[in-house]
Design a protein around this ligand. Structure first.
Ligand SMILES: [Zn+2]
Length: 207
């Protein structure tokens, strides 16, 4: 895709002043036009730059001259907010990502503080030179221990769901202290927590 961008100039305001007299034809009435340059990508304004400029033209003879009120009209003209569209979109995007990230972290911490049967943890484990990932699923919870099932497969990169050939191995149980779960989360070993996933999810499969 070719990225089409560049700078453009737009009239941001037009004033019709019936009181100013023309130097050329002596009639009254002038149009003041205020312009602003902006940077665009595919014609979407990203941000304005430079200074506002103004020109004035006689309504009758089209004579362009330095009208006396130019500075006044220039000073009362504000750059319209839509010229900042790109900047605003970027700010909204970053804010959304930050908020959603905070919420995810909060929810993860809640899930870890109150584990439930069938919760699935994506575990991230640093080996000598690589990082592996696998899943653990909460099989049982008692007073201070959580029983976990290990996924059949290990992954050598981050995954967002189980592979089609993966499942939880039923005949081997790992026990951890409930109180240690928070440590695993804080150290980044528990990468994500899945709860309330669909009944058709691979997370349901135990063999
Ligand atoms: Zn004129």
């Amino acid at each position: 895709m070719i990225l089409f961008y560049g700078k453009r100039k737009i009239r941001i305001k037009k004033y019709n002043d019936r009181h100013v007299k023309c130097d050329n034809c002596n009639s009254r009435g002038q149009i003041f036009s205020v312009y602003r340059e902006y940077f665009h990508i595919f014609f979407i304004p990203i941000f304005p730059f430079g200074i506002k400029t103004i020109n004035s033209i006689c309504l009758k003879c089209n004579y362009i001259f330095n009208g006396e009120k130019r500075d006044y009209y220039l000073s009362i003209t504000r750059t319209p907010i839509y010229l900042y569209t790109g900047v605003i979109l970027v700010i909204i995007f970053i804010t959304t990502v930050i908020i959603s990230n905070i919420n995810t972290q909060k929810q993860k911490a809640e899930y870890i503080a109150n584990p439930k049967i069938n919760d699935v943890y994506l575990i991230r484990q640093d080996e000598d030179k690589s990082t592996i990932y696998y899943y653990l699923k909460v099989k049982n919870i008692d007073a201070d221990t959580v029983e976990l099932l290990h996924s059949y497969l290990q992954y050598n990169r981050f995954v967002s769901t189980m592979s089609d050939s993966d499942y939880f191995v039923n005949n081997e149980i790992y026990r951890v202290l409930k109180s240690d779960l928070k440590k695993y989360l804080d150290s980044g070993m528990i990468n994500s927590v899945e709860r309330d996933y669909s009944k058709s999810s691979r997370f349901m499969i135990e063999r």
